[in-house]
Design a protein around this ligand. Structure first.
Ligand code: CA2
Length: 148
């Protein structure tokens, strides 16, 4: 069975490639999603990408993943990483495996970015590798088999 991977992007990530390239690079969100979709295809997986600036919309999308055949979530929750018990609870509730991704190395940045509400429930965390971090997460997701 091929893996169905959901890539979730949180607030402000729609601005990728347009501002703050020293932190987040020059790749736009559309370009990133296209690379990830192509990678998933080469790995025999399918990939859906979704971005929202709204916490509740992200919670709704995570809840929907429980029923839409999603096998694995790759999530960059943006600033909600550091604030959102609601997104943590949604991820815990759907019981889908997930990897947390950050483009920047959050540990080199302000102390408030050092804590994540998502990391301890994640299978893995990638930070500071730019778009390559998402690619690593998608490769991991495509080969991941849940224990029975
Ligand atoms: O490094 C990451 O991927 C972050 O999740 C990005 C978040 C930040 O709040 C996290 O601490 C770390 C911010 C995303 C903002 O994205 C922008 C992209 C281009 C221009 C402006 C913002």
């Amino acid at each position: 069975m091929s893996q169905s991977i959901l890539v979730l992007h949180g607030p402000n990530l729609n601005l990728l490639g347009t501002r703050e390239p020293h932190l987040y690079g020059h790749t736009t969100l559309d370009e990133l999603n296209a690379v990830l979709a192509g990678l998933a295809t080469t790995l025999g997986a399918t990939l859906t990408a979704f971005q929202s600036n709204h916490e509740g919309v992200l919670v709704d999308r995570i809840q929907a993943a429980r029923l839409d055949g999603t096998d694995f979530i790759v999530i960059n929750a943006g600033a909600y990483t550091h604030t959102s018990v609601a997104i943590r609870d949604a991820l815990a509730g759907v019981k889908l495996p997930y990897v947390e991704v950050h483009l920047s190395n959050v540990y080199k940045r302000e102390p408030f970015r050092h804590h994540s509400y998502l990391s301890d429930l994640a299978l893995g965390v990638v930070a500071g590798l730019g778009p390559l971090g998402y690619e690593a997460a998608v490769r991991f997701a495509a080969q991941h088999v849940e224990p029975v």
